[in-house]
Design a protein around this ligand. Sequence first.
Ligand code: DX5
Ligand code: ZN
Length: 233
Amino acid sequence: MESSRSTLSRIRHQLPQILPSMLLCDFGNLAQEVVRLQQAGVRILHLDIMDGVFVPNFTYGMTVVQAIRGTCDMVLDCHLMMVHPERYVEQFRAAGADVITVHQEAVNDLAGIGRAIRATGALAGVALNPDTPVETVAADLNCFDLALVMSVQPGFGGQAFRPEVLAKLGELREVAPDILLEIDGGVSTQTVARCVQAGAQLLVAGSAVFRAEDYGDAVDELSQLAHNSLVAP
Ligand code: DX5
Ligand code: ZN
């Protein structure tokens, strides 16, 4: 299993990056989907783990993470949309997660779970729902390597982007100058530039990739728009 140090350098090697989210992919051909994405130049996969309690939807757990781990060497960015994530951190790491992100709204001891995730050797991430203010995590960000700003209410792909959350990226950067900033939900060719200009470095894209004819073209177009917006004022 890769160390958090090497995962971090792999992630930082090329920013901003598009992270396809494994929610709307063809699970009937999962291995082929993963290979297609790697061939399309994807370097990080975003895995949406949902428990049907924290969010009104249910997806998959450690076994699917393990199956994807066995199919590729991409960085696996696991987004745990679940209550009591502390019960599963070690199991997701053992399944092959490189980044484990938990929701601020789902935990009591935020610093504690950040430390527990890091102790497994994974990078620790904290996610904020659209209505959750940055103040709720500011004091504990030193226990995390990544902050995930939700630009939709978690649970489903294909929702409308909520631009009001963009300001949170700058607030997070203010509090934690070195933290990785990720945005998730409604990222498309219409919204990706604004996300990067607001400070997002990791851009999760579900429907923008999986509803496209060609994954490679979709990822390339989003990547191009993301990189171009870095230079544009
Ligand atoms: C929603 C998930 C997102 C979602 C993104 O709960 O966390 O990762 O799959 O899908 P789009 O890009 O279609 O909003
Ligand atoms: Zn997600």
